[in-house]
Design a protein around this ligand. Structure first.
Ligand code: ZN
Length: 251
């Protein structure tokens, strides 16, 4: 993707950061500051880096399972609103897609448990500010796990929802339905984000951005599946055409 920089590889998978993340990273660092001053900023920066490392590991979870199911992982891209594992193709078998979709939240859940229940008590006696950051990261990982499981296609939960519908509805109709539900959730998130305006609060721009992203991504993926179905249909027509032609010659 344009405007992105390579920062290394995990399990042989290239990890890239989008240039806009470099603008958001200091903002995240400031919002994470556990105390004021330079020391607070240092731990805030640590938290911001930890957040994106958590997102990257969530994507590694998806990627490793997808790779085991035969997909090739092109890259993991980190954006200000989250991560994205880019594959040459999504695993198509519903069971494979469900396992791939659940692997990310499973990693986040394990990281959350490790941070909150093991690392925080371990670090606390030696460095309390670091313990606060580890605990915060743990809670963020729990949020990453549960937020992504909302059945809002194309988020992880939405992919599970779509895959579960495929055996009954077929891929095209299952995607249409999942994308409609996904866009519904996007509207709900959007409304939730601007709701504080009516009670004298401020708009949750981050959630608004996520809502917009889900809305557009649901539309784009549904269109892609429509296109795949159309291409497949044309190919079948074409093959039928060739077959007709051969029969014609034989006669
Ligand atoms: Zn995910």
């Amino acid at each position: 993707m344009a405007n992105s920089y390579s920062i290394g590889r995990i399990f042989g998978i290239p990890v890239r950061v989008h240039s806009t993340l470099l603008i958001f990273l200091p903002l995240f660092a400031v919002s994470f500051m556990p105390v004021r001053g330079a020391r607070g900023l240092f731990y805030g920066a640590l938290g911001a880096v930890g957040l994106f490392a958590s997102v990257a590991l969530h994507e590694v979870g998806h990627s490793l399972v997808a790779r085991a199911k035969g997909s090739r992982i092109l890259e993991i891209l980190l954006l200000p609103i989250g991560g994205m594992a880019r594959l040459d193709r999504m695993p198509h078998r519903p069971a494979d897609e469900i396992q791939t979709a659940l692997a990310g939240p499973a990693v986040s859940l394990l990281l959350g448990i490790a941070c909150v229940y093991f690392l925080t008590p371990l670090v606390y006696p030696a460095n309390q500010l670091l313990a606060v950051m580890v605990y915060t990261l743990g809670r963020i990982n729990f949020m990453l796990a549960f937020f992504n499981l909302i059945p809002s296609f194309p988020m992880d939960g939405g992919r599970v929802f779509r895959a579960a519908l495929v055996p009954r509805l077929g891929r095209l109709r299952a995607t249409r339905l999942a994308a409609t539900v996904g866009r519904g959730f996007a509207w709900l998130f959007g409304i939730w984000a601007v709701l504080p305006l009516f009670t004298g609060g401020s708009v949750d721009f981050f959630l608004l951005l996520i809502a917009f992203f889900i809305h557009q991504a649901a539309k784009a993926e549904a269109q892609q599946v429509e296109w795949e179905a159309y291409a497949q249909h044309m190919q079948q027509q074409q093959q039928a055409g060739i077959f007709d032609d051969l029969l014609h010659k034989w006669r």
